[in-house]
Ligand binder design. Sequence first.
Ligand SMILES: Nc1ncnc2c1ncn2[C@@H]1O[C@H](COP(=O)(O)OP(=O)(O)OP(=O)(O)O)[C@@H](O)[C@H]1O
Ligand SMILES: [Mg+2]
Length: 272
Amino acid sequence: MSDTDTPSIDTSIDAETDRATGDTTVVESDELAVYYGDEQALQPTSMEIPEKQVTAIIGPSGCGKSTYLRCINRMNDLIDVARVEGEIRFKGKNVYDEDVDPVALRRKIGMVFQKPNPFPKSIRDNVAYGLKIQGKDDDVDAQVEQALKRAALWDEVKDKLDTSGLDLSGGQQQRLCIARAIAPDPEVILMDEPASALDPVATSQIEDLIEELSRDYTVVIVTHNMQQAARISDKTAVFLTGGELVEFGNTNTIFENPENQRVEDYITGKFG
Ligand SMILES: Nc1ncnc2c1ncn2[C@@H]1O[C@H](COP(=O)(O)OP(=O)(O)OP(=O)(O)O)[C@@H](O)[C@H]1O
Ligand SMILES: [Mg+2]
């Protein structure tokens, strides 16, 4: 069976729209808990992630941010000792249901990591990689161009598409990884500290790009940088030690008037 024949995740179920806020939930966790062996890394977590907005996940080191993010497209499957309880639904379908193909799921829910990780291939082949696997190889050059434009990298690389992706600067490499993630046309993009290895100029370019991307995609970003979360996100989730989601809401409210005292202490730098 070729990869294009794999059953894709059924997304025919409509996402739910909240009448009060107008937000449409695209990813929803329901008492989602994660263990690594006997250690519980994530307490039961329920959260609704809205479509075409930026949701930031913040909190101190080890509080389960990456663990939560990796559940959304089942990257935790790759960790032998990881065990998941509860549900996490993408457009109403539990991604941990037996009939969900994780490879198909990751096409709908792409991921960008902390350290830029281009393949040791040309810029063109990096972006075309996912397209070829899916058999979407009609007019690959046009699709590569579009993804590079969406990732705000096209003007810098259009004359050197055959040079290695590894020869780009760190910030360019990260935008190349974003182009690679968006080329297969996902709906959700997960980013785990995508700018923490970059200098301030490259960071600001990535931040602008994330805001731009949220017009077309749902973005979930883990960041250690609270100013960054405040600048670019619409919703913020604060996890605190022990893997507990302590508060989730509009970013302005979380930063200006949080309900929870521990969140206020964390935001104002009293700990963490
Ligand atoms: N592969 C793994 N095997 C065992 N334990 C793990 C694994 N990955 C994470 N953990 C543990 O789970 C907890 C949550 O880790 P996680 O990586 O989700 O935290 P985080 O909030 O992303 O931290 P950081 O900000 O440092 O990246 C930690 O106690 C960590 O040691
Ligand atoms: Mg992490």
